[in-house]
Write a protein that binds this ligand. Structure first.
Ligand code: NDP
Ligand code: ZN
Length: 353
């Protein structure tokens, strides 16, 4: 049987293609999307060629869907159930997963399969490996559009707060307040940050950052962010930095604004360039106890279910991220191009099938 999908045809090129409906392995599921969202990572992948050449690969890794087929060894999930699909779907039996880094199962970043080295979710059907371990049931009453933010935006932003190891009362700076950075702000606030700086410029993102718990807004277009942070902290800097935007040189700013003993949690996807530079003196000549941690979001069912509990119990409202809603599969291209062009009023588009 054939299906339609929206694909990366090659670096810098996208379009509709036709492919066979994927086959279901014994542990796997085939899912029909209900709501999907394009990610800035799709933009790095297609237009920056960040992970190298890909030909006719269906894009997308953020979805809520309905199971249409399960393999013979799937014990729990059933056909017809609605599920949240994490962007990262590890191989749970791998040594990397056993070592605590499931997102790197099978090699660095290899837990990221959709729209990386297998077809993604912008299709009439898509394949999910290890269904019982990777899919989470969509809780009753949760809007699929709000829930699709659990695929990637919430787990990635929150991972920024985890990587930075935010503690009660600490001062935290989140650099970048697109949808990922906004979820980093929300995650840092839930983890107990005291003063919480948010760096961005688009007015709707700034408003959202305040709503998610930012206490101070820093506009990077209005002056050096390090100077602004140092001025607001009496020259001391912050305890933790979460990077969710900017470029390779953002690390220079992050290290400089960090107090000795501080931690940087990076979830930004560095799409270009060969090196990241660390400023020598500001890094304490190598002895400043300034730790840099960068990570791909963890996937898996347990984490998705826990994060979904935040929505169900009213601790987090993701609907605020959804500035553009489209109805119908055919709008996928429009939604993806919006993500590429980033108009001022955009935070995140969602396409309801
Ligand atoms: P957006 O492009 O929507 O947001 C980027 C943010 O960074 C905006 O707030 C922007 O400000 C700000 N920014 C841009 N340039 C600078 C600068 N020079 N200094 C400071 N801030 C700046 O991206 P997303 O939120 O969608 O995604 C963020 C990153 O996370 C992407 O690289 C994405 O690929 C990555 N990602 C990583 C994942 C992971 O698992 N690690 C998973 C998903 C995404 P402005 O207000 O002006 O727009
Ligand atoms: Zn993504």
């Amino acid at each position: 049987m054939k299906m339609k999908g929206y694909a990366m045809l090659g670096i810098g090129k996208t379009g509709w293609i036709e492919k066979d409906v994927p086959a279901c392995g014994p542990l796997d599921a085939i899912v029909r999307p209900i709501a999907v969202s394009p990610c800035t990572s799709d933009i790095h992948t297609v237009w920056e060629g960040a992970i190298g050449e890909r030909t006719d690969m269906i894009l997308g890794h953020e979805a809520v869907g309905e199971i249409v087929e399960v393999g013979s060894l799937v014990k729990d999930l059933k056909v017809g159930e609605k599920v949240i699909v994490p962007a990262i779907t590890p191989d749970w039996g791998s040594l990397e997963a056993q070592g605590g880094y499931s997102m790197h199962s099978g090699g660095m970043l290899s837990g990221w399969k959709f729209s990386n080295f297998k077809d993604g979710v912008f299709a009439e059907y898509f394949h999910v490996n290890e269904a019982d371990a990777n899919l989470a049931r969509l809780p009753e009453g949760l809007d699929p559009a709000a829930a699709v933010m659990l695929s990637d935006m919430v787990p990635t932003g929150f991972h920024g707060a985890e990587l930075a190891d935010v503690q009660y009362g600490e001062s935290v700076c989140v650099i970048g307040i697109g949808p990922v950075g906004l979820m980093a702000v929300a995650g840092a606030a839930l983890k107990g940050a005291g003063r919480l700086f948010a760096v961005g410029s688009r007015p709707n993102c700034v408003e959202a950052a305040k709503a998610y718990g930012a206490t101070d807004i820093i506009n990077y277009r209005e002056g050096d962010i390090v100077e602004q942070i140092l001025e607001k902290t009496g020259g001391k800097g912050v305890d933790k930095v979460i990077i969710a935007g900017g470029d390779n040189d953002t690390f220079i700013q992050a290290v400089t604004m960090l107090k000795p003993g501080g931690r940087i949690g990076n979830v930004n996807y560095l799409g270009e360039g060969d090196f990241v530079r660390i400023p020598r003196a500001e890094w304490g000549c190598g002895m400043g106890h300034k730790t840099i941690a960068g990570g791909l979001m963890p996937g898996g069912r347990l984490r998705m279910e826990r994060l979904a509990a935040l929505l169900v119990n009213g601790r987090l409202d993701t609907s605020r991220l959804l500035t553009h809603r489209f109805q119908g599969f055919d709008h996928l291209e429009e939604a993806l191009l919006l993500m590429k062009d980033k108009p001022k009023d955009l935070i995140k588009p969602v396409v309801i099938m």
